[in-house]
Design a protein around this ligand. Sequence first.
Ligand code: FES
Ligand code: FES
Length: 155
Amino acid sequence: MPSYSFRLNGRSVTVDSWDPQQPLLYVLRGPLALHGAKFGCGLGQCGACSVLLDGQVTRSCQTPVSRIAGRTVTTLEGIGSREALSTVQRAFVTEQAAQCGYCTNGMIIAATALLAQTPKPTADQVKQAFAGNLCRCGTHTRILRAVMRASGGQA
Ligand code: FES
Ligand code: FES
């Protein structure tokens, strides 16, 4: 069976898959047992499945496992832990920026990537960065506050 090796949250992993088109999301949630990334639309339209691929926000539902060989994947689990939350994660908790929480993975991935590139974004830059992330619960205002808090700015 073909196997694919890549860096995942700071360690080297190898996964086997008969199908080179198998989505990275299935590999993460299946054999690798990482459940931070969620299956939302499966069409690249909601952002719930987001991960960082070589530091870029990437829809794992649309990323074939064969395309990640030799690359670096960071999931929600690699950004922080329950015991050591990242600044973004802590801000989301402080601002209670989730209702059902289904979109939260994608929001935190998007916020982490944005702040890595733009440490002090304006509110408009945050809104633009989140344009592809859907929240059916309508927590956008709290999410904006959380990202601004994480950046040390005002919403
Ligand atoms: S599940 Fe991947 S973008 Fe919606
Ligand atoms: S908190 Fe429910 S989808 Fe965003």
